[in-house]
Design a protein around this ligand. Structure first.
Ligand SMILES: Cc1cc2nc3c(=O)[nH]c(=O)nc-3n(C[C@H](O)[C@H](O)[C@H](O)COP(=O)(O)OP(=O)(O)OC[C@H]3O[C@@H](n4cnc5c(N)ncnc54)[C@H](O)[C@@H]3O)c2cc1C
Length: 396
């Protein structure tokens, strides 16, 4: 009897690398992703990408447009590569027209939205901000300024860490060149947005500027829901894995942003290791440990540099919405003791996004750590809940 399929959830860099390496070992591999095409966040629609070309020739069964809303402990070996999403922190005006996520604006532009001739303020934290600003410029928009919440000292420490990674240094220099003339303010946060006017605080100074769009994102949050449903242990908001990317649940591997935010190189090498290990090629997997350790050191430096300042908890005013699906304001949440209490008393996190936006914000704002997800983690048609057997094509 042939070995059962290896199921990979998520077709970003980590999932694509995992699927290709497992298929290269002669295993049948099924790759599932909710997007219309593989590539994840960074390779969205990039047909030139060499890993995507490799995937096309790999024999992997790719099923795009497939959302995995729940998982039970499967018979098949499973590799989770569900990536990360943006962290939105609420401030007055964050739900107004004209305000998007930083990565959200990037995705819009990549899918054809015209930004030509528009002014954009890019704010929040992390390496996504310069990447988005650079894309806005290349697409004919003008970047008013970049507001980064971390300090110049943290940025300097990060730059020093880059010295040991020449390829990263070259990428950063290229990004800096593409942003020549754009003000990049550290210790700078958006206090409010109102009808195209942004109010910012830089240290103790307050200033305002006009813009067409405000793109705001405070880093990334791993998509751990499916891993948590399977019982995998989490550590500091990410899935805990060993050097072979094996989680604490036998037969379940995890790779990429899901195991800690660290960028595309980390996702690729972890995906390769997970695919090889899941297919039983442990010596080949072990040969990649050095690359994986280097990627994790970079990830640690990144997370130290852009750690969120506690002062950001003062951003929302009483009337500021935290849960925009159910219209729940900061004043209704701030006295509560837990996420569970918030759900029971206010319906916070119980709307269409199922807490995918507000839960991470609430965790940061109020320190609630009791967010155990329940299936379905994404909304599904009622008919599917009534008759899960109607779901076609279950891999065996
Ligand atoms: C909005 C955004 C923009 C980014 N832009 C950049 C950038 O410009 N430059 C850069 O260097 N890095 C960027 N990053 C970081 C980048 O995502 C990572 O470096 C890299 O792509 C991570 O690869 P991954 O495979 O771990 O995850 P991802 O690329 O996020 O891939 C995960 C995939 O899993 C799918 N998925 C998740 N859950 C499910 C589910 N339940 N069912 C089915 N499919 C599922 C997702 O749709 C996605 O396609 C961005 C991240 C985000 C969130």
């Amino acid at each position: 009897m042939s070995a059962p399929a290896i199921v990979v959830v998520g077709a970003g860099p980590a999932g694509v690398a995992a699927a290709c390496r497992a298929a290269g070992c002669g295993r049948r591999v099924v790759l599932l992703d909710d997007n219309p095409a593989p590539g994840g966040q960074i390779w969205r629609g990039d047909r030139q990408q060499r890993w995507l070309a490799r995937l096309a020739d790999s024999g992997v069964e790719v099923r795009c447009g497939t959302t995995v809303s729940g998982l039970e402990l499967p018979g098949a070996t499973t590799i989770l590569a569900t990536g990360a999403r943006e962290l939105f922190l609420p401030f007055p005006g964050w739900t107004s027209p004209g305000v998007t996520g930083a990565g959200g604006l990037q995705a819009l532009i990549k899918s054809g939205f015209s930004i030509a001739g528009k002014r954009v303020v890019v704010a929040g934290s992390g390496l996504l901000l310069p990447a988005v600003a650079s894309l806005v410029r290349k697409s004919g928009g003008s970047v008013v300024l970049i507001a980064e919440q971390t300090s110049a000292m943290n940025m300097a420490a990060f730059a020093a860490a880059l010295l040991s990674r020449p390829e990263k240094l070259a990428q950063s220099a290229e990004a800096a060149l593409s942003l020549l003339g754009v003000p990049y303010f550290t210790r700078c946060v958006v206090e409010s947005f109102d009808g195209g006017r942004v109010r910012l605080r830089r240290g103790n100074a307050i200033f305002e500027c006009d813009t067409d769009y405000l793109a705001s994102g405070f880093g990334l949050v791993p998509n751990t829901e499916l891993a948590a449903l399977l019982g995998c242990r989490l550590l500091a908001g990410a899935v805990e894995v060993d050097e072979f990317q094996q989680t604490t649940v036998a037969g379940v591997y995890a790779a990429g942003e899901l195991t800690g935010i660290g960028g595309v190189e980390k996702s690729l090498v972890e995906g390769e290791i997970a695919g090889l290990a899941a297919a039983g090629a442990v010596d080949e997997a072990r040969a990649l440990f050095g690359r994986s350790r280097r990627a994790r050191r970079f990830s640690a430096a990144l997370n130290r540099a852009f750690a969120l300042d506690g002062g950001l908890r003062a951003l929302p005013r009483d009337e500021t919405l935290v849960c925009r699906c159910e219209d729940v304001s900061h004043s209704r949440l701030k006295g509560l003791a837990s996420w569970r209490q918030a759900k029971l008393h206010t319906r916070c996190g119980m709307g269409p996004c199922q807490g995918r936006v507000c839960a991470a914000a609430a965790q940061f704002l109020y320190g609630w750590n009791d967010q155990s997800p329940r299936p379905p983690v994404f909304p599904v048609p009622a008919g599917l809940l009534a008759d899960p057997g109607s779901f076609e094509g279950e891999p065996t």
